[in-house]
Design a binder for this molecule. Structure first.
Ligand SMILES: Nc1ncnc2c1ncn2[C@@H]1O[C@H](COP(=O)(O)OP(=O)(O)OP(=O)(O)O)[C@@H](O)[C@H]1O
Ligand SMILES: [Mg+2]
Length: 505
């Protein structure tokens, strides 16, 4: 049977000031396929999908979009939705509205085309939730549900729009293993029901597991299109980075031991609204030049532990003690934590980590402005020189250090955040999911930087949901389950099974 192209994008080019984000890109997807777009951070993946979904309107780019063989001119996201092309957008949910309101916002079911028929709306919402296999109360507020469930609601919403082509831009980036698997299964199921999808992901294992075909983009150009039989992790990496990577984790000498630089003793954090301990009797030790992992499921309290050590910005009720460089300290503000040599790279770069409307330079140097000021006057040349240094060492892809951070690709934003905290020259650096949304090549660079930092005596606390990353990068690991520290392993005795077992008590 001749397969049919549902989508063709022909010779698409898109310029931003100083950046040719897409350079005559050709991409096609066949009816009923799960097609992946992969490539390094800043390659142009999201931009291409924004063009396809009308976020960048017709006229803002050159080239043609053909959907079911017909040329389309989308002037807004509404136009693409009307054709059945639906893109999931980060944070597009309304946390204070219910599940069914979120599904139907903007296209509620009406009676006589005037009044909203809420009963009908709810009934149909339930039907879509069943289709995505989500068992929640349709009256629940979306904000109270985990990200995995929110993601499924997004898909239920897409179904309610009669989706033909579903576009998912890094949908599993913030999901745990189980939720990711559920989502992938759902995509396969939807495929059998006739929904074609395009997915962007940096998780090459999941690409390998469900892709029917994929397109690799590098520096705005298509490098190759692979189909099922040629898809494997190493083949993808080779095309993505243009060279072979032998080992995903750069080697580091075995840890030799050193003085304890940070210690928590019977340390607790109580969450007044949840009325429970989110950190329950934490006793961790971190030594000089050591990488200490914190493993656990999402929601286990790993980020809460990090926040509690890093000046407690959420104002939990803390008890027990924290010892930093041998001194008991009361780190009651992030500023105080920074003064004590501690820095924290947030898992949520957009919300807590960066000022998106400011440029790279302002973001990178904000943590230690006094280092580049004299008598309270900022030395712009110094600021620029320092920023250039991090842009270079972290390989931040940008036309200039004066680029607004919100215009950077997701992965490059993350690198800016890391640069910002390195600029504070911390002695203890907490990295919370540092490689979320980061491409394989850049991951390797970040791991290399971690290795350099510990070689210079810095200590790292690495919170990660990716077990290979914990096992590949840490000297020692603590496991946390529901706020409670359940195990400690030296890395040579840790295995994925042992960690998972202790994480799911
Ligand atoms: N609004 C914008 N203004 C200026 N430059 C932009 C804008 N949006 C994207 N860019 C630039 O275009 C290029 C492609 O960005 P894009 O977000 O498409 O990358 P990506 O492949 O999705 O990367 P990632 O994997 O990191 O999300 C990058 O160099 C980025 O900095
Ligand atoms: Mg992107």
């Amino acid at each position: 049977m001749q397969s049919q192209k549902i989508l063709e994008m022909k010779s698409i080019s898109k310029k931003f000031p100083g950046v040719l984000a897409l350079d005559r890109v050709n991409l096609y997807v066949e009816q009923g396929e799960i097609h992946f777009i992969v490539g390094e951070n800043g390659a142009g993946k999201s931009t291409l999908m924004k063009i396809l979904s009308g976020i960048y309107a017709d006229g803002d780019y050159s080239g043609d979009i053909l959907f079911n063989g017909q040329i389309k001119h989308f002037h807004s996201i509404k136009d693409s939705v009307n054709c059945g092309i639906i893109i999931n957008q980060e944070l597009a949910m309304f946390p204070n509205l219910s599940v069914y309101e979120n599904i139907f916002i903007g296209h509620e079911q009406t009676k006589n085309q005037v009044l909203v028929d809420w009963n009908e709306t709810k009934r149909i919402a339930k039907k879509y939730l069943d289709m995505v296999g989500l068992n929640v109360d349709i009256n629940d507020l979306v904000g109270t549900l985990g990200v995995g469930k929110q993601q499924l609601i997004e898909i239920a919403k897409a179904l309610s729009h009669n989706v033909k082509l579903l576009i998912l831009d890094e949908p599993t980036a913030a999901l745990n293993e189980d939720d990711s698997q559920n989502l992938l299964k759902l995509l396969v199921q939807l495929k059998h029901e006739g929904v074609t999808s395009i997915m962007i992901s940096h998780k090459l294992k999941e690409v390998e597991s469900i892709a029917d075909s994929l397109t690799v983009i590098r520096d705005g150009q298509v490098i190759v299109r692979l189909s099922r039989e040629n898809i494997n992790e190493f083949e993808i990496i080779k095309h993505m980075v243009g060279r072979e990577i032998e080992d995903i984790f750069p080697k580091r000498p075995k840890y030799e031991g050193g003085e304890v630089v940070l210690e928590t003793i019977h340390f607790n954090a109580f969450h007044p609204e949840k009325n429970k301990y989110i950190v329950n009797d934490s006793n961790i030790k971190v030594r000089k030049g050591e990488v200490v992992g914190i493993a656990g499921l999402m929601g286990a309290g790993r980020t809460e532990l990090a926040h509690s050590i890093f000046g407690n910005p959420k104002k939990y009720k803390l008890s027990g003690s924290t010892i930093v460089f041998g001194q008991p300290v009361n780190l009651n503000s992030p500023h105080k934590a920074i003064m004590n040599g501690i820095a924290y790279v947030s898992e949520n770069r957009k919300k807590d980590g960066l000022i998106l409307t400011e440029n790279i330079s302002q973001n990178v140097t904000i943590t230690a402005l006094d280092r580049i000021s004299k008598y309270g006057v900022l030395n712009f040349l110094d600021q620029a020189l320092h920023t250039e240094k991090y842009v270079k060492s972290l390989d931040i892809r940008t036309p200039s250090i004066l680029q607004q951070v919100r215009n950077l690709s997701g992965g490059n934003q993350q690198k800016v955040q890391i640069g910002k905290w390195l600029f504070a020259e911390p002695r203890i650096l907490i990295l919370d999911e540092p490689t979320r949304g980061i491409d394989v090549g850049s991951k390797y660079e970040i791991y290399t930087i971690v290795n350099e930092m510990v070689a210079h005596g810095m200590s790292i606390i690495l919170i990660s949901s990716e077990l290979p990353e914990i096992l590949g990068m840490c000297d020692r690991v603590y496991v946390i389950a529901e706020g409670v520290q359940t195990a400690e392993f030296n890395i040579d005795e840790a295995t994925p099974e042992k960690i998972m077992q202790m994480a799911t008590l």
